[in-house]
Design a protein around this ligand. Structure first.
Ligand code: ATP
Ligand code: MG
Length: 373
């Protein structure tokens, strides 16, 4: 039976994202530990009921590569989704604790993600839409499963107004306004693989001085970091535009970046003429390396729109040549990160890639590896 709100006891907070928070809970009548995701939805009751109906698809998903669902309920003004608890949590947290992940393990992760994508697409006609390390989960059994996929069109619509879904894992064609396709998920997988294998988000390369400022999970908003990049824009919650205006820290005019288009859905990259030019006062090395980053006496700002502009304009990231990565993994990443989505491979094509067949990937025991994280 579906869990009821009053049957759930909070145990710990598992994390906070842009769309809501996730709690580790116990379903008291059964003793089952679950992960409860709470999403604030600003929508009419009829829309909320529709979302709930659509979330039911999640309940029907039955795959070793998809986090299973126990059911969802409304709890004004939130929607709560109860899902399988994955005790090793998500790969963003894992690589931040352990550093770069062994490429052969990354191969196993990529294979699971592709199988998950294929399952969602073939069995339920769903495109995931939000592939990134924080939506790929691990448990002690060594299972790798996807969560937070786009089951609900209405939920996506409601969240669209809040900029949730504007992600730096987005493919160039999505940034330019094309519809989502399964190939957009493949791009996001490519970015994710590079991030896990390098232990660092690939587009951070655009400014070595902003490594920790350019963090995954950013939104369509400018953010700022102090000189050592310690401020983390990761968990901004943007419920609405009015809220946004109220809550955003005021930046003085000099630091202000081009304003976001008020209805930037899908996001439109800022035309290059509006990109801020690094100020002449910056450090020499910073000036040389940073693109689309403005420096003002130690304070740095870069907006997600500028980053998206870079994604569209610059060559796609690749695995480092001197990183000791097997040739098969490099070829796989290049196939995922083809900027031309008509040429980009589909999950089915990619599952046949030689990377997954090589001895050192086949030998990986994910359960043994999971015990080390
Ligand atoms: P965003 O909001 O940008 O998608 P996110 O994916 O990190 O970011 P949430 O989906 O709210 O945000 O998840 C927050 C965190 O909760 C995740 O990073 C993950 O570590 C943890 N988490 C989510 N689902 C589960 C689960 N089923 N089991 C264990 N941990 C989970
Ligand atoms: Mg998530």
């Amino acid at each position: 039976s579906l869990p009821k709100p009053e049957e759930l006891k909070n145990i710990a907070e598992l994390g906070m994202g842009n769309g809501g928070s996730v709690m580790k809970v116990e379903h008291v009548p059964s003793g089952i530990i679950m992960a409860k995701k709470v999403v604030l939805i600003d929508a009419k009751p009829s829309v909320r009921k529709q979302i709930l109906r659509e979330l039911h698809i999640m309940h029907l998903c039955d795959s070793p590569h998809i986090v299973s669902s126990y059911g969802a309920f409304l709890q004004d003004p939130n929607i709560c989704i109860c899902m399988e608890f994955m005790d090793k949590k998500s790969f963003d947290g894992i690589y931040k604790r352990t550093g770069a992940i062994d490429i052969d393990v990354v191969g196993k992760v990529a294979e699971s993600v592709l199988k998950g994508l294929l399952y969602l697409y073939d069995e339920h006609h769903i495109i995931h839409r939000d592939i990134k390390p924080s939506n790929i989960l691990l448990n002690s059994e060594g299972d790798v499963k996807l969560c937070d996929f786009g089951v609900s069109g209405e939920l996506i619509n409601s969240l669209a107004n809040t900029f949730v879904g504007t992600s730096i894992y987005m493919s160039p064609e999505r940034i330019q306004g094309a519809e989502y396709s399964i190939r957009s998920d493949v791009w996001s997988l490519g970015i994710t693989i590079v991030e896990l294998a390098h232990g660092r988000f690939p587009f951070a390369d655009y400014s070595d001085d902003l490594n920790s400022a350019i963090t995954p999970g950013g939104l369509g908003l400018p953010f700022s970091a102090n000189a050592n990049g310690s401020s983390r824009p990761n968990s901004l919650v943007i419920p609405s535009r009015e809220e946004k205006e109220k809550e955003l820290p005021r930046v003085d005019e000099e630091k202000e970046l081009p304003p976001l288009p008020p209805d930037a859905q899908p996001p439109v990259p800022a035309p290059s003429s509006t990109l801020p030019v690094p100020s002449a006062g910056g450090q020499g090395s910073t000036r040389r390396r940073s693109r689309g980053v403005s420096l003002h006496g130690g304070a740095m700002t870069m907006s997600i729109l500028e980053l998206m502009h870079l994604i569209v304009r610059e060559p796609a990231p690749r695995l480092k040549e001197d990183g000791g990565f097997p040739e098969e993994s490099c070829g796989f990443v290049d196939a995922c990160l083809d900027k031309d989505y008509e040429k980009r491979k589909t999950p089915r094509d990619l599952l046949a890639y030689p990377w997954f067949g090589i001895e050192r990937v086949r030998r990986v025991d994910m359960k043994v590896w999971a015990a080390t994280v």
